[in-house]
Design a protein around this ligand. Structure first.
Ligand SMILES: *Cc1c(COP(=O)(O)O)cnc(C)c1O
Length: 377
């Protein structure tokens, strides 16, 4: 075929740039209207020389740390020219991300479809639908990816794909990411540079952002990632095998995955701990009682990890600050984790862990907690 000479082609307009400009403005406007989240410093009498700090991400407009991620994923799609006027947004989610993405889709007047397992909490489903999003349900956690791809194809839409793009959609050098915010909020504390940051993993995006930021800023703080039952992050980290999978889905909503997600970056993690689900839920109850408001299950995992690291530090007579995250509020789990009948039906015996945690937080005595964890192995 003979190539066309250049003058035969009319120069194109810059297609849809006006829509993209308005969309980016709307997203930046949402950020401008938001205040930074609190870094709270609850006091526990048994902790000598150790301070806990919790970054409260439950106070974002859509109730979780996924507000940051959803804004970043949508911005990333628009700036890559993949999201345009009318593009259907599709996501595979265990719920929180879909709630936040539904909010941004509504803000930009774009259709949104969330693919989730059918046991996703009623509250999250209601929130997605409130923002005009549609929910598509599958039976098992490992089925969400293929279903999301298929719906993306059918609608000629854009798959936001948090499990792949979380780590790269967030600007890890700063730009008000969670790590930059935490370290600047710590500046006037007695121990301004934390010994450890403890974080659970869903996409792995938050831990990736924190781990990268530590290196970028030359900080000595170490990163401990806490994993749950029915998740392969821990095994993937220990063995270096990214192809590990597991059959059953995680019971702690928002975290623990049946495959080692592409966004999970083992190379920036200093240590990992696998925490029994009953311990996560006990820690969720204990923290909620002590700060007088309810937090979600993954926050329980984080809090248990904080106590575990603190117990070991105290044994070695070490002092310092430890930071973790309140990922979402307990309001989403009234029917489940906060319902005694549900706990019983699902065979979670949280009482032994609850007692051991309370003893540790009140007296600093770590022996019972440690004995329970050893017995669970
Ligand atoms: C996503 C999520 C997490 C984990 O954050 P990632 O950055 O995805 O690893 C923790 N808790 C809740 C409730 C979440 O939705």
């Amino acid at each position: 075929m003979k190539p066309l000479s250049p003058e035969c082609l009319p120069l194109p307009d810059c297609a849809e740039r006006a829509w993209a400009r308005d969309a980016v403005n709307l997203l930046q406007g949402d950020a401008r209207r938001s205040a930074d989240t609190h870094l709270i410093n609850p006091v526990f009498p048994g902790l000598s020389g150790i301070s806990f700090y919790l970054k409260d991400e439950s106070t974002h407009p859509t109730g979780s740390l996924k507000h940051r991620l959803a804004r970043s994923l949508v911005l990333y799609g628009i700036c890559n020219g993949l999201i345009r006027q009318g593009t259907t947004l599709v996501e595979a989610s265990s719920g929180s991300t879909a709630v936040s993405e539904a909010y941004f889709a509504h803000l930009l007047d774009l259709p949104f479809v969330a693919v989730m397992t059918k046991d996703t909490s009623r509250q999250k489903i209601a929130e997605i639908e409130r923002f005009g999003g549609k929910c598509h349900f599958v039976d098992r956690a490992c089925e969400i990816y293929d279903a999301a791809r298929q719906i993306t194809e059918e609608t000629n839409g854009h798959y936001l794909n948090q499990f792949t793009y979380a780590e790269r959609a967030t600007d890890w050098r700063g730009n008000n990411n969670i790590a930059e915010s935490i370290f600047s909020q710590m500046e006037l504390e007695v121990h301004p540079v934390p010994e450890w940051v403890v974080m659970c993993a869903g996409t792995g995006g938050t831990s990736a952002t924190i781990g990268r930021y530590l290196r970028y800023r030359g900080l000595p703080t170490r990163l401990c990632v806490v994993d749950v039952e029915h998740s392969v992050f821990y095994d993937g980290y220990r063995t270096g095998d990214r192809n590990k999978t597991c059959e059953k889905g995680s019971r702690i909503e928002g975290i623990g995955r049946p495959r080692v997600e592409p966004s999970f970056l083992p190379s920036v993690i200093d240590h990992m701990i696998k925490i029994p689900d009953a311990a996560s839920l006990a820690a969720m109850h204990v923290l909620s009682e002590r700060i007088f408001r309810r937090v979600g299950g993954s926050t329980g995992t984080n809090f248990f990890g904080l106590c575990w690291v603190a117990g070991q530090m105290m044994r070695e007579n070490r002092e310092g600050s430890l930071v973790s995250v309140i990922c979402d509020s307990g309001a989403r789990y009234e029917d489940t984790y906060y319902n005694a009948k549900w706990l019983e039906e699902n065979k979670f015996d949280i009482e032994p862990y609850r007692e051991a945690l309370n003893i540790f937080l009140d007296t600093g005595d770590f022996t019972l907690l440690e004995a329970l964890v050893r017995a669970s192995k």
